[in-house]
Design a protein. Structure first.
Ligand SMILES: Cc1cc2nc3c(=O)[nH]c(=O)nc-3n(C[C@H](O)[C@H](O)[C@H](O)COP(=O)(O)O)c2cc1C
Length: 317
């Protein structure tokens, strides 16, 4: 299983996509809240946040899973819930439960992990365009909010063309494309030509994803591909102020995250991992090793007070 679930791991700077999501937004009531990351990221020019991938079959059948996998509140807007499913029925049932609380449903066709491929979800679906078409069609028939698909490219772009055409004919509102094939490692460069190809052939908006670690790189992707939005994962985890133009995580950003996360009672694992990402650039290997082994919120705060001059009392005041 995906054991790193970090809230707001996927983000875009596309205003048009955000408006699309916001346009058909309905909210009927609150779910338990624990989403400081997305709220905080929006203050750094992030237009749209996604949840981590959530298994539709588990989500639809377990209240416990729903409560632990997905939390939101009125300030968490716009937000897209991303599901992994291998059939339309599970997806629709999960989408119907989530729809009152989100601005869009996204179908994950990109997760390349072995367990996901075995479950016939994630990147496995890139070879199942008919299944994805049925999923999009069914979501659109049952749920009145946008439905998007996050894909990877195929080694043969003709297949990507066929895939995209089916998804949009079924009603997909936009497509996010990670410019690598299922088998490519993240150390290999993203294929911007392939993303541009998707943008050129698609009649719905396209969001580009992969290797954006600065605002300049995001602008470069816009220029080279003509896409409607840019999504970042690792870059924004390392530097939440990326889209605000900061080259490195500003200290005030770390303080604001701590204040918001502690205020919301964010779970220790998520709190720790976000801070591990934010400190990745600035801590030495030895420091990182020590920091990454801390196992409680007090230990994390003590460490930051001792070695990084964090003033918890001031931050929380
Ligand atoms: C910690 C982490 C968690 C991720 N979780 C998801 C996920 O739940 N769903 C998804 O579609 N992609 C997920 N991804 C993949 C990213 O969305 C993205 O496609 C990939 O990291 C390449 O973009 P980047 O270069 O901006 O990181 C995750 C990536 C990271 C680093």
């Amino acid at each position: 299983m995906c054991n790193i679930k970090i809230t707001g791991q996927i983000l875009t700077i596309s205003t048009s996509i955000a408006e699309l999501a916001r346009g058909t937004h309905h909210r009927n009531g609150p779910l338990p809240t624990s989403v400081p990351t997305c709220i905080f990221l929006r203050s750094y020019n992030v237009d749209l946040c996604y949840t981590p991938m959530i298994l539709a079959d588990v989500f639809k059948s377990s209240t416990y899973a729903r409560d632990s996998d997905f939390t939101t509140n009125e300030r968490d807007d716009p937000v897209i819930i991303q599901f992994a499913a291998n059939n339309a029925k599970d997806l629709v049932e999960a989408a119907e439960l989530a729809a009152p609380y989100v601005n869009g449903i996204d179908i994950n066709c990109g997760c390349p992990q072995k367990w996901a491929l075995q479950e016939h979800i994630g990147a496995f679906l890139m070879t199942e365009p008919e299944t994805v078409r049925d999923m999009v069609h069914s979501v659109k028939a049952h749920v009145d909010i946008p439905c998007s698909v996050k894909i990877r490219i195929h080694p043969d772009l003709k297949e990507t063309y066929e895939f995209v055409k089916r998804a949009e004919a079924a009603g997909a509102d936009f497509i996010t494309v990670h410019g690598r094939t299922r088998k490519q490692k993240s150390s290999e460069p993203v294929n911007l030509d392939a993303i541009r190809f998707v943008k050129e052939v698609a009649s719905v908006p396209v969001v580009a994803n992969g290797d954006v670690f600065s605002l300049t790189e995001a602008e470069d992707v816009f220029d080279k591909t003509g896409v409607n939005g840019v999504m970042a994962a690792r870059g924004i985890l390392q530097n939440p102020a990326l889209f605000a133009g900061d080259k490195h995580t500003p200290w005030e950003c770390i303080e604001r995250y701590i204040k918001l996360a502690l205020g919301y009672g964010t779970n220790t694992f998520i709190f720790h991992h976000h801070l591990m990402y934010m400190f990745e650039d600035v801590m030495s290997n030895a420091e990182r090793k020590t920091f990454n082994c801390l196992s409680s919120v007090p230990a994390i705060l003590d460490h930051l007070e001792k070695y990084w001059d964090l003033d918890v009392a001031r931050v929380m005041a």
